[in-house]
Design a protein around this ligand. Structure first.
Ligand code: PLP
Length: 428
């Protein structure tokens, strides 16, 4: 009887495989139409390097030192994990309001009001199942097809991709080393046209680790007010600033809170990348529209994860602050070691967990076409993974310098070993 059932099951599976083959054969797929939008959908190529590493044999993977990762190597603090477990055990597993549970919205509002210099009410907060969604919802809420969206370049690749896919024209605003990877303000001004609708800033910046100066924030404010623009301020790294600096949001400046949408979340400061919990802070109208987009897409963020978010934001920040201190020490070590390599130099970044190093001379010395070839040869020959400038937005044709992003989300030991390999590779 048992054998008979197995045989029947085997036959059924074979039959199903034939059907699936017929259903998914390439010929059938060719007959169907995909959206034209897909031509405009970019990607985060950083994930492709991670996939490349994962395809290596296990032994080789173990030898790889990766400075390509953009997430804390620390685990989520215990008290936050326990809060999620307790919430699950209490069956907090049902839908919540689209803008998030009131307790979390209030906790975020209180935290912002205390930490930043402007009052935030619960009605100004929309909780979402990632910070990334704030880029998406901002473009959907505040632009029309044909509008121009200015974004930082080099920058987080999602801005350019999302603007383009929804029919806007993405306009790159260069971040330049001479301005410590802040905006070239004159150049930024020259990019404004009658069609400009929005400027996206990322402060501190990925991949440069730069923090915008007060002067730059003031200039951005002037431009936004003069041309009646939206500002999307991506502040996901705002708690990762060093040298005793106090982070300042553009929304704190006079008349800016109303036209600024702050993107923030739990991924970086609380080491919660995989939990997918983010939020927007904006005027009440924007928040209502975001809640409606949430209703139309995700419905809401997971209930027990929002409960854990309440604990994260209201409880002791000692584990997060200890992590930030570690990052600062790693940054110092990494910059010292990088600046000791002939042909590579970096300015000391003020925030995030990235160093954006100039490798122009090293490329010339080793006859590499560009930083992307540098990146590939480094992985192939030294088992060290980094990301080149090309991973962070379309290159300006005038660009002459080559850059590599190093993430210091790895141990001090690995920083020493990895940079020693690069030094030997470049100087030999
Ligand atoms: C600049 C920037 N903004 C937004 C995000 C997205 O954050 P989340 O993982 O919370 O969606 C990232 C993640 O790497 C980032 O680097």
């Amino acid at each position: 009887m048992h054998n008979y059932l197995n045989k029947q099951l085997g036959n059924t599976l074979k039959f199903k495989s034939v059907i699936l083959f017929v259903l998914y054969s390439e010929k059938k797929v060719d007959l169907m139409q995909y959206s034209d939008r897909l031509h405009n959908l970019g990607t985060e190529m950083a994930f492709s390097v991670l996939q490349q590493i994962q395809s290596f044999p296990q032994e080789r993977q173990e030898n790889i030192i990766s400075f390509a990762i953009g997430e804390p190597d620390f685990d989520t603090p215990e008290h936050i994990k326990n809060a999620a477990i307790e919430s699950l055990k209490s069956n907090r597993t049902h839908y919540t309001p689209s803008a998030g549970i009131p307790e979390l919205r209030q906790a975020i509002a209180d935290y912002y009001t205390k930490e930043r210099n402007f009052p935030v009410a619960m009605e100004n907060v929309c909780v979402l199942s990632s910070a990334k969604l704030v880029v998406n919802f901002s473009i959907l809420t505040c632009t029309n097809p044909g509008d121009e969206v200015i974004y930082p370049n080099p920058g987080y690749p999602v801005y350019e991709s999302q603007a383009r896919v929804f029919g806007c024209k993405p306009i790159p605003a260069p971040l330049i080393e001479e301005e410590e990877f802040g905006f070239d303000i004159d150049r930024l001004r020259s990019l404004i046209t009658g069609k400009t609708r929005m400027i996206i800033i990322n402060n501190p910046n990925n991949p440069c680790g730069s923090v915008l100066s007060s002067h730059q924030l003031e200039a951005l404010r002037e431009i936004a007010l003069e041309h009646d623009l939206w500002i999307i301020s991506d502040e996901i790294y705002s708690n990762l600033v060093y040298d005793g600096m106090r982070f300042r949001s553009i929304a704190e400046l006079p008349d800016m809170a109303n036209r600024t949408i702050i993107l923030d979340g739990f991924s970086k400061y609380y080491a919660m990348t995989g939990w997918r919990l983010g939020f927007a802070i904006a005027n009440q109208d924007v928040v209502k529209n975001f809640a409606n987009w949430a209703t139309n897409t995700i419905s809401c963020s997971a209930t027990f994860i929002q409960d854990a978010g309440v604990v994260a934001i209201t409880s002791d920040k000692a584990p997060s602050n200890a992590m930030v201190q570690q990052f600062e020490r790693r940054r110092n070590l990494m910059c010292e070691l990088i600046n000791d390599i002939e042909g590579i130099s970096c300015i000391i970044p003020k925030g995030a967990f990235y160093v954006f190093a100039n490798v122009t001379e090293a490329c010339k010395k080793k006859n590499f076409r560009d930083a992307t070839q540098f990146q590939q040869r480094l992985l192939d020959e030294q088992d060290v993974a980094v990301l080149s400038r090309d991973y962070f937005g379309t290159r300006d044709p005038d660009e002459t310098q080559e850059y590599i992003r190093f993430s210091y989300c790895v141990s001090r030991d690995d920083i020493e070993k990895g940079i020693a390999r690069i030094k030997k590779f470049i100087e030999s």
